[in-house]
Design a protein around this ligand. Structure first.
Ligand SMILES: NC(=O)c1ccc[n+]([C@@H]2O[C@H](COP(=O)([O-])OP(=O)(O)OC[C@H]3O[C@@H](n4cnc5c(N)ncnc54)[C@H](O)[C@@H]3O)[C@@H](O)[C@H]2O)c1
Length: 352
């Protein structure tokens, strides 16, 4: 069954939950906006449901909701930031602001953050840099649930790669992808929603064999994107995040679904000022030309159009802004329980 929820109502609800858990209002707004952005774009694995894990980590003292972190060093275009176990979106907002400031001064700005928490969909951060007129690149490492190619032992995370470009949000290139076939949350969500099967290529069982059984996948490993190439890309992200930031690596990293230790991931933000290469309107015109060339390529058999990265999510966002964001009964029940536990008003539902 399920029902739909308007983005504004969802954001208000997220803010109320976070504030009730001791989060300062400005941080609560950033975290809620980041999660609702995920839901609006159809990336429900990185939507408001993550808040339940954040709240659990706050309860266990693993996320410090009032901590904002601080720069450890700033030299030229480079800043190393200590996120001090604050909420991932609160410290990432600060890191993006620094990357944008450095790019405006030096042409590029690079910020790495250590001792950080989950920052939701990377696209939200790349877009924050694009909105300031910069090419925005955002990476993070993640809990160790992926086995390197030719192994059955988890050694690294789904380490996403993301890039946004300046120009209209509604019609732009916005690549945001895990370096695994799918983000791990897609598998967790299938498990929570009692879906018996997932597509082939998403995951491996505990012995490293490809599986479509959701339970075996949940207990097993997320498959690297495109075999050894995915492992190589993930390690590139790992180097630019945890190694460069001086952060936790490999088994030192926690997980948002368990509370034995802090998540302690690392983030990487790169802002590139296109105006140091050419006037902004020339860049945008060149982007329009490139995207037009790609979108007008002749569709292959079985398809009637060609898309560029970002197109599917923008379409979804238009639809969900109008009709609301659909939620399963299971998710609504979990959100209802969280509201009760923190003594706040329940989520306001629309008629789906
Ligand atoms: N914070 C974390 O720890 C973490 C870790 C991993 C992933 N994530 C997030 O998970 C989310 C989902 O990742 P994913 O890999 O499952 O995404 P996905 O596979 O749904 O999409 C990946 C990219 O492919 C593009 N795309 C989709 N269909 C297309 C088509 N037909 N033609 C052209 N481009 C197309 C999308 O626009 C997107 O940019 C991302 O937002 C990512 O940031 C976060």
């Amino acid at each position: 069954m399920g029902q739909a929820v308007k983005a504004e109502a969802l954001e208000r609800f997220g803010i109320a939950l976070l504030e009730a858990a001791g989060t300062p209002p400005a941080y609560a707004r950033e975290v809620a906006a980041n999660l609702v952005f995920g839901n609006l774009r159809g990336v429900d694995s990185h939507g408001i449901r993550l808040l339940l894990y954040y709240l659990e980590h706050i309860r266990h003292g693993l996320i410090l909701p009032a901590a904002g972190g601080e720069p450890l060093t700033e030299f030229g275009a480079i800043c190393v930031y200590d996120a001090a176990f604050g909420l991932g979106a609160a410290t990432s907002a600060e890191c993006c602001a620094i990357a944008n400031r450095l790019a405006s001064t030096h042409g590029v700005g690079v910020v790495t953050a250590r001792r950080a928490n989950h920052f939701g969909a990377a696209a939200y951060w790349a877009r924050k840099m694009a909105d300031a007129g910069h090419i925005g690149i955002a990476f993070c490492n993640a809990s160790t649930i992926v086995a390197p190619w030719q192994s059955k032992e988890a050694k690294y995370g789904t380490n996403p790669i993301c890039m946004a470009v300046p120009g209209p949000y509604e019609d732009s290139f916005l690549l945001d992808m895990a370096t695994t076939t799918v983000a791990a949350n897609r598998i967790f969500k299938a498990f929570q929603n009692h879906e018996p099967e997932i597509p082939i290529g998403w995951a491996m069982d505990r012995d490293g064999r490809p599986t479509t059984d959701t339970k075996a996948a949940y207990e097993g490993l997320v498959a690297p994107l495109g075999g050894y190439k995915g492992t190589g890309l993930a390690l590139m992200v790992e180097i630019l995040t945890s190694v460069l930031a001086g952060g936790a690596m490999g088994s030192e990293i926690g997980g948002i679904r368990y509370t034995a230790k802090p998540l302690s991931v690392s983030h990487f933000f790169l802002a590139i000022d296109v105006r140091r290469f050419m006037p902004a309107d020339e860049f945008e015109a060149r982007m329009r030309r490139l995207l037009h060339e790609i979108r007008t390529a002749t569709p292959a058999a079985g398809y009637d159009e060609v898309l560029v990265a970002g197109d599917p999510e923008i379409r979804m966002e238009r639809e969900r802004r109008e009709r609301g964001i659909p939620f399963s009964d299971t998710d609504l029940q979990a959100l209802r329980e969280a509201a009760e536990a923190l003594g706040i008003e329940p989520l306001q539902l629309e008629n789906a």
